[in-house]
Structure formats: structure tokens, C-alpha cells
Design a protein around this ligand. Structure first.
Ligand SMILES: *[C@@H]1O[C@H](CO)[C@@H](O)[C@H](O)[C@H]1NC(C)=O
Ligand SMILES: *[C@@H]1O[C@H](CO)[C@@H](O)[C@H](O)[C@H]1NC(C)=O
Ligand SMILES: *[C@@H]1O[C@H](CO)[C@@H](O)[C@H](O)[C@H]1NC(C)=O
Ligand SMILES: *[C@@H]1O[C@H](CO)[C@@H](O)[C@H](O)[C@H]1NC(C)=O
Ligand SMILES: *[C@@H]1O[C@H](CO)[C@@H](O)[C@H](O)[C@H]1NC(C)=O
Ligand SMILES: *[C@@H]1O[C@H](CO)[C@@H](O)[C@H](O)[C@H]1NC(C)=O
Length: 456
């Protein structure tokens, strides 16, 4: 009887698990309650980091654009004091530290913290039974040995991450008309700023119906759990900030949850080959079957398609951009006047960057959400500008898998409208391009479906 009660209790606790038992909370001045420790910016203290040692210059810092920036200045000063270099906390002399200690030192170093940081880590960290923090997806492949291979038969699954900021059922219906198959995976991230619960319910109903029809197409799909999920965790997408990367990373965890669910239900390998991020104004220019056949062919299956190496973007990394920065960095004057230490992203050389349009292999996607090196890189880019154009490139440089710079995605940049019209359709190079951006007009979509035989 006692045992039963304990089991029920454990089960109860477990079901509340994920995140809520991580015990990481924001306190004042961008500090954190981290388990039973408190992490404050340099020269701040107290249970909730509210006490400043005003003898220290950094906590007086003022910036013409941001106003008071004491915590960020002091944190940056700390980074200088510890001689922070690229991946110092997880690599080199620290590579053999425990996972828990690496995670803790990342948090000690990369403040101040905001709600969105805490939300993200709730989706990628967990506490083990000894109370140690670890990357939640780190042992995914040990837990799911089936998924060490990518599923080729009977279907060739891809994973889609679809970012939307409002719900337009017609537009979503148009999208899934060409993109839905019962064996791919889809995560929809709705911007946190969207709050119309009725519309979210409508979307849920629409998706339920779509999936039921999908499952009915063949016997083998009957056992498949849902393959479209709306991410519970939602972020406010603010231009130029790390929030755009957080959305993607949180969505990747949902993709891996779905893979686990399917492989448990079917007892078959269920891993997708590539993650493709997609928006309502994207349109494929080859049928989805053709795209997945192509991505599964030969070496393509292990290749990440990621553009890199833009020129002249140094200004994005050589100063501190703070939260919703609208393109303005903390003034260099303030940094020297208040002794705020280093102003740049720690990096071995130039920070890599490129576009955010990519096809990433599942192994690389897994690396991004499961490695402490990736977490350190992510947080080191928190105070840069437009990190969504550099995080994936820098992650790839650490992961070091096969990569191809041709992303097979196109925008009609030399078309002043950027907007695809029927007369553009003859000009699209379909050997090179699999997905084109900025298709707003439904007649154009219909014509593409016909002309390119997209529903094969
Ligand atoms: C406050 O900061 C100053 C300058 O860094 C230091 O000398 C002093 O010991 C600090 N006081 C406390 C109470 O920590
Ligand atoms: C980490 O451990 C490995 C294997 O035991 C060892 O070869 C390596 O030298 C260690 N690295 C450091 C920095 O101590
Ligand atoms: C969210 O919506 C409100 C009201 O529509 C708007 O004022 C605010 O700027 C939006 N926030 C973001 C981050 O887009
Ligand atoms: C892909 O992700 C980036 C953020 O990393 C985002 O800026 C971009 O809009 C996404 N693309 C699509 C098509 O959703
Ligand atoms: C996909 O379509 C392209 C363009 O029509 C064609 O050249 C290619 O052979 C097709 N590939 C596969 C694997 O079906
Ligand atoms: C796209 O172009 C068409 C005309 O070619 C125009 O009517 C429409 O407003 C444009 N849409 C957007 C979102 O720019």
C-alpha cells in the first residue's frame, strides 16, 4: 500500500516534471535562483540580487540609449575578469568537468537573464535523480536506440518548423495542401504576442481533422501518434534578438519528442533526415516527395544545407546589444567610462554568419539542443545583433558535420517587389531551388501546383 502511494506520488511529481522542477527562477537585476544557489551580477548580492555594492563603478553605468545598465555592465566586467574566451567554459581545460558544473558556469557568466532565457532552459535542461543539472536530450539516442538510424521505409520523414505570428486558417490550409503527409513531422510555433485563444482552438480543430484524414490513408499510419504539434512554449519574436533562435530550439525539442512517441508506438526507427524551417509565405518548387527523395539520396542524408560567411558584419559582434535593442548597441563610451570590461562576443576569429534559411540534419539539430558547447555558444551570442544569422553557422563549426553552402532556397532579390508573380515562374531555377520565399498570392500558388506538379 505504502509503495503504491509512493509510486502514485512519484508519478504525480513526474508528470509535473519537465521544467517546473528545474528550480530556476529570475530574481532582481537579471540574476537567477539556480537550484539552491543564487547567481548575481558582479558586485550585486543578497537573496534576490537586490543589494549593490555602490563602491563598484560598474553598477552605476548609464547609457544614452538604454539608461541604467549596471547589471549588464557588471556582468560584462566579470567576463573580462575571468579572461573569457571562445568556449572556455566547456572545452579545453574545462572539457572534463561534470555537465552540472559546466552548465552552472555558463549561467554564472552569461547574465543578465530574462524570462525568455528561463523558458528556453526549461525546455532543454533537466535535473537527474541526484539533483544535478544536465542537457535533457543528451541521451536521446541511448534511450531510443531504434532511432540511431534514419527511417527510410516505408516513408522518408522530414521535420518542419513553421513559425507564424497570427492564425489565418486559409493560409495554413494552403500551406498544408502541399506540405502535409502523415509521416513527416510538423511543429507550429505561434508568436507569444498572439493571444486569441478562439483562433488557437480553431487551428487545433483544423489540425486534428487533417491528421485524422492522414492516418486513414494507409493502414501503417493508423498507429502513428500526432505528427503536428503546436509548441506549448512560445516566445515573442523580436527582430534582431536571440528570441528568434529560442523559438527554433524549443521547436526542435518538440520534434524530438514526436520522434520518441512514434518510435515507441510503432517499434520502428522514426527519425527524420532534415529539419526545414518554413513560413506561410514560403512555397516549394518541387513536390515534397521529390524533396525528401533528394535529401535522402547518397551523402545528402548527412549534409546540412546552411549558408555562411557574409562580409562586413563585425559591428554585430563587437559591442553589446541589450534585449529589445532595435539595432542600437551599448555605447563604447559608457563601456570605458564605467569599466564594463569586454564589449564583444568571445570568439576565436570572425564570428560566422549567413542566412537563417536552412535544412539541418537531425544529428546536427540534436547537437544544438543537447550539447553544453552549443549552450555556451548560444548564450555567448545573446548580446549580439541578429544572432539568428550566426548561431547555426557557429554551431555547425563546433559540430563539424558535412555542410553544403547551397541552401536550395531562393528569394527574388532582383525583383523590386521580392514578391513572386506568375510571370516569374519561368525564371525559377528548379535544379537549384527547392523552396522560394515571398509567395503571397494564391493564384500564384495554384499555378505553381499545376505547373510544377507539386501534388505528385
Ligand atoms: C565593494 O566593492 C569594493 C570595490 O570593488 C571592494 O573593495 C569592497 O570590498 C566591496 N565591499 C563589499 C562589502 O563587498
Ligand atoms: C579529459 O579526459 C580525457 C580522457 O580521460 C583525457 O585524455 C584528456 O587529457 C582530459 N582533458 C583535460 C583537459 O584534462
Ligand atoms: C505585441 O502586441 C502589442 C499590441 O498589439 C504591441 O504593442 C507590442 O509591440 C507587440 N509586441 C511585440 C514584441 O511584437
Ligand atoms: C528560420 O529561423 C530563423 C530564426 O532562426 C527565422 O528568422 C526565420 O524567419 C526562419 N525561417 C522561416 C522560413 O521560418
Ligand atoms: C526532382 O525534380 C527535379 C526537377 O524536376 C528532377 O531533376 C530530379 O531528378 C527529381 N529528383 C528526384 C529524386 O525525384
Ligand atoms: C505582391 O504583388 C502583387 C502585384 O504583383 C500585389 O498586388 C500584392 O499586393 C503584392 N503583395 C505583397 C504582400 O507585397
Amino acid at each position: 500500500m505504502k509503495i503504491l502511494i509512493i509510486l502514485v506520488l512519484l508519478n504525480f511529481l513526474y508528470s509535473f516534471g519537465n521544467g517546473s522542477n528545474l528550480n530556476i527562477h529570475l530574481v532582481k537585476n537579471g540574476g537567477l535562483k539556480f537550484g539552491d544557489k543564487t547567481i548575481c551580477p558582479l558586485s550585486y548580492g543578497g537573496e534576490d540580487c537586490s543589494l549593490a555594492n555602490t563602491t563598484e563603478l560598474c553598477n552605476h553605468a548609464q547609457d544614452p540609449h538604454y539608461g541604467e545598465v549596471g547589471p549588464i555592465c557588471c556582468w560584462s566586467k566579470y567576463r573580462k575578469q575571468i579572461d573569457l574566451t571562445d568556449l572556455k567554459l566547456t572545452d579545453g581545460e574545462n572539457e572534463n568537468k561534470s555537465e552540472n558544473d559546466k552548465i552552472f558556469s555558463i549561467f554564472e557568466t552569461y547574465g543578465p537573464f530574462f524570462d525568455r532565457d528561463v523558458d528556453l532552459v526549461n525546455s532543454i535542461l533537466e535535473k537527474d535523480t541526484f539533483g544535478e543539472y544536465k542537457m535533457k536530450y543528451q541521451d536521446f539516442f541511448q534511450r531510443n536506440p531504434n532511432n540511431n538510424q534514419i527511417q527510410r521505409e516505408p516513408s522518408q520523414p522530414l521535420g518542419f518548423v513553421i513559425l507564424i505570428h497570427k492564425i489565418d486558417i486559409d493560409a495554413i490550409d494552403n500551406l498544408f495542401k502541399v506540405l502535409y503527409q502523415p509521416y513527416h513531422y510538423y511543429v507550429i510555433h505561434i508568436d507569444k504576442n498572439f493571444s486569441d485563444l478562439n483562433k488557437i482552438q480553431l487551428l487545433n480543430d483544423y489540425l486534428k481533422d487533417l491528421q485524422a484524414k492522414g492516418r486513414a490513408t494507409e493502414n501503417i499510419y493508423e498507429k502513428y501518434p500526432n505528427n503536428i504539434k503546436i509548441s506549448d512554449l512560445r516566445f515573442n519574436g523580436e527582430w534582431g534578438t536571440i528570441s528568434l533562435v529560442y523559438m527554433e530550439l524549443a521547436s526542435y525539442t518538440v520534434l524530438f519528442d514526436m520522434v520518441e512517441e512514434r518510435s515507441q508506438a510503432t517499434n520502428l526507427p522514426s527519425l527524420f533526415s532534415h529539419m526545414i524551417n518554413y513560413s506561410l509565405n514560403d512555397m516549394i518548387t518541387r513536390s515534397l516527395k521529390n524533396i525528401s527523395r533528394t535529401l535522402f539520396e547518397g551523402e545528402n542524408i548527412d549534409t546540412t544545407y546552411l549558408h555562411c560567411c557574409m562580409a562586413d558584419v563585425k559591428a554585430r559582434y563587437d559591442r553589446i546589444y541589450y534585449e529589445d535593442h532595435k539595432g542600437v548597441g551599448i555605447s563604447k563610451n559608457a563601456i570605458s567610462k564605467y569599466g564594463c570590461g569586454i564589449e564583444a562576443v568571445p570568439s576565436k576569429g570572425d564570428v560566422l554568419d549567413g542566412s537563417q534559411w536552412h535544412f539541418l540534419t537531425s544529428k546536427f539539430v540534436h547537437f544544438l539542443i543537447s550539447s553544453t558547447k552549443s549552450l555556451e555558444k548560444l548564450f555567448s551570442l545573446k548580446f549580439s545583433m541578429i544572432p539568428d544569422e550566426s548561431f547555426f553557422q557557429n554551431g555547425q563549426a563546433i559540430f563539424n558535420g558535412p555542410v553544403e553552402k547551397r541552401t536550395h532556397r531562393a528569394t527574388l532579390w532582383n525583383n523590386i517587389r521580392y514578391n513572386v508573380s506568375i510571370s516569374d515562374l519561368d525564371l525559377i531555377d528548379r535544379e537549384e531551388t527547392f523552396i522560394i520565399r515571398k509567395v503571397y498570392d494564391n493564384n500564384v500558388r495554384e499555378e505553381m501546383i499545376k505547373r510544377y506538379n507539386l501534388l505528385e
